[in-house]
Design a protein around this ligand. Structure first.
Ligand SMILES: Nc1ncnc2c1ncn2[C@@H]1O[C@H](COP(=O)(O)OP(=O)(O)OP(=O)(O)O)[C@@H](O)[C@H]1O
Length: 269
């Protein structure tokens, strides 16, 4: 069955871990994301944000409800997704370049061309490494990189196959503030250039407002979307914009929504 209205659609989803008596992570969770839209998801700790990401990526099946990506109901790992997480999870025995190229060996459309066009793909990986400030590090191994450099590598790995959907689960949260802000700018550039659909989970409201077209706020667990805030600041956004009064008013609004969600209040209560 196919249906293409939004690029991602989650309809009335529930997710319970560990059987009938287990943890109810999500309940009555509904959201949609348009093709090419950049959406950030924020909410109280443990409200089910990572669970939502797993369902959209097809890494876990929903207990109830439906998840659609690119017009198809998700029933297993979604191949057109690029993912990056808080923990970069690089393969320690592979060079930085070979880590970046890993998705090309996994995604069928690229796998068949990789052998013939390896040099071209390697050049593309090098170009991405340059974009994130890792020029010349392709032959190093992960243990020779700092945490921030590993996270940059993981971002390149998420982008190498030019996935139409990017799922980013707190990819910058373990980084120092300067590296984090550098990578916001890199991510914004990539998004402006290629316009993938992006879902970014973050605890950092400045990050959410700087990067997203729309910020979705989740309730406390069991998580569902309880509010959304459009962010209409012009692009490209600049880091200095994040200190503007208007920008900070949006951040404060989101902070208040999350505080109410943590206290178990609905936003319109
Ligand atoms: N594999 C699992 N098995 C059992 N329970 C799980 C599993 N993964 C998550 N949970 C539970 O589901 C709930 C939601 O977890 P999830 O990681 O999705 O929340 P989160 O919003 O991403 O959390 P955080 O803000 O701390 O990153 C939590 O209560 C968590 O303990």
């Amino acid at each position: 069955m196919t249906r293409l209205r939004n690029f991602v659609e989650i309809a009335d989803v529930a997710m319970r871990y560990g059987g009938a008596e287990g943890t109810l992570a999500l309940q009555r969770c509904t959201l949609s994301v348009r093709e090419g839209e950049f959406v950030a998801v924020v909410g109280p700790s443990g409200c089910g944000k990572s669970t939502l990401m797993r369902l959209v990526s097809g890494l876990w099946p929903a207990s109830e409800g439906q998840v659609w990506v690119a017009g198809r109901e998700v029933s297993g790992p979604v191949p057109l997704v690029g993912m990056a997480f808080q923990n970069p999870t690089l393969l320690p025995w592979r060079s930085v370049l070979d880590n970046v190229m890993l998705p090309l060996e996994v995604v069928p459309a690229h796998r068949s061309r990789l052998r013939a066009e390896r040099a071209a793909y390697a050049a593309k990986a090098e170009a991405l490494l340059k974009l994130v400030g890792l020029e010349g590090f392709g032959q190093r191994h992960p243990h020779q990189l700092s945490g921030g450099m590993q996270q940059r590598t993981s971002l390149c790995r998420a982008l190498i196959h030019e996935p139409p959907l990017l799922m980013l689960d707190e990819p910058f949260s373990a980084l120092d503030v300067f590296t984090r802000e550098d990578l916001w700018a890199v991510l914004q550039d990539v998004w402006l250039e290629r316009k993938p659909t992006v879902i970014l989970v973050t605890h950092d409201l400045r990050e959410a407002v700087y990067l997203a077209d729309r910020v979705l706020v989740m309730s406390a667990r069991p998580g569902r979307i309880i509010a959304e805030r459009r962010v209409e600041f012009p692009r490209p956004r600049r880091l200095e914009d994040t200190y503007d009064t208007e920008f900070n008013a949006v951040v404060a609004e989101l902070r208040a929504l999350i505080a109410r969600a943590r206290a178990g209040e609905a936003p319109d209560a």
